[in-house]
Design a protein around this ligand. Structure first.
Ligand SMILES: C[S@@+](CC[C@H](N)C(=O)[O-])C[C@H]1O[C@@H](n2cnc3c(N)ncnc32)[C@H](O)[C@@H]1O
Length: 232
């Protein structure tokens, strides 16, 4: 999930993708920033970046990544359910399926409401998830990822509650040892996430199939939803 190869592809995305092209010096919140894969190239582009994550080990990795790259960013341990700074950001990003983690649907809506409140006039919220329609195309086939040190990860997804939620199980096999982890998350179709943005107070909402602004159609690989706040 956080390999060097993915860091390189994120850097290329931040350099080129239309939906990640913000005016120079934008105040960008990366909500659920993980080890800083987006934080570093965004800061390198001259944006004022705040990375928020619940996990201190992830934030420690993000701090190291920023130091190694010679960039500055604010890195903050906080829960996305509670992080609100009224009017403080031009852009809020929540990417790589970092949305839909809460068991109560009202809490997931609250995350969008927090982002709405935290945006300045003319701001935008960009959420990137694996859309329900995209997932339906390949789910059921376990995926195996080989790691450079010879270990490998098996990922298996299970649809729950009539496609409302997903359970993802990972098994890391390294030599004689195996470690497992699992998360549950809500699944959203484009229409469902669009409606959730509207419920959170975004009047202008658009759905895309990638960060280049391609359509969310039968070729889409991701679901990217962008909500905008009115200009002042
Ligand atoms: C799938 S990772 C994505 C990380 C990053 N956005 C990326 O693209 O690499 C999800 C991240 O969400 C964080 N997270 C989980 N629950 C959270 C919460 N309630 N508040 C803030 N961060 C949370 C995890 O620690 C993890 O770093």
């Amino acid at each position: 999930m956080f390999s060097a190869a993915r860091a390189d592809s994120v850097a290329a995305l931040v350099a080129d993708a239309a939906l990640l092209d913000f005016p120079p010096g934008s105040r960008v919140l990366d909500l659920c920033c993980g080890p800083g894969l987006f934080v570093v190239p965004l800061a390198r582009r001259g944006h004022h970046v705040t990375g928020v994550d619940l996990s201190e080990p992830m934030l420690a990795r993000a701090r190291t990544a920023c130091a190694d790259a010679g960039v500055t960013a604010e890195l903050l341990r906080a829960d996305m359910l509670h992080h609100v700074r009224p009017g403080a950001y031009d852009v809020v990003l929540n990417v790589f399926t970092s949305f839909g983690y809460f068991a109560d649907p009202a809490d997931n809506l609250q995350v969008l409401r927090n982002a709405r409140r935290s945006l300045a006039p003319g701001g935008r919220l960009v959420v990137d998830v694996m859309g329900k329609e995209v997932l339906a195309g390949w789910i059921g086939r376990p995926q195996v990822v080989d790691l450079p040190d010879g270990s490998y990860v098996v990922q298996r997804d299970t649809v729950l509650d009539s496609w409302r939620r997903l359970r993802t199980d990972w098994t890391l096999v390294r030599g004689e040892n195996a470690r497992t982890a699992a998360i549950h998350s809500f699944l959203y179709s484009a229409a469902e996430l669009h409606d959730l943005f509207r419920a959170a107070g975004f009047d202008s909402v658009a759905t895309y199939g990638d960060f280049d602004g391609g359509p969310y159609d039968q070729h889409a690989r991701r679901l990217v939803v962008v909500g905008r706040t009115p200009a002042a």
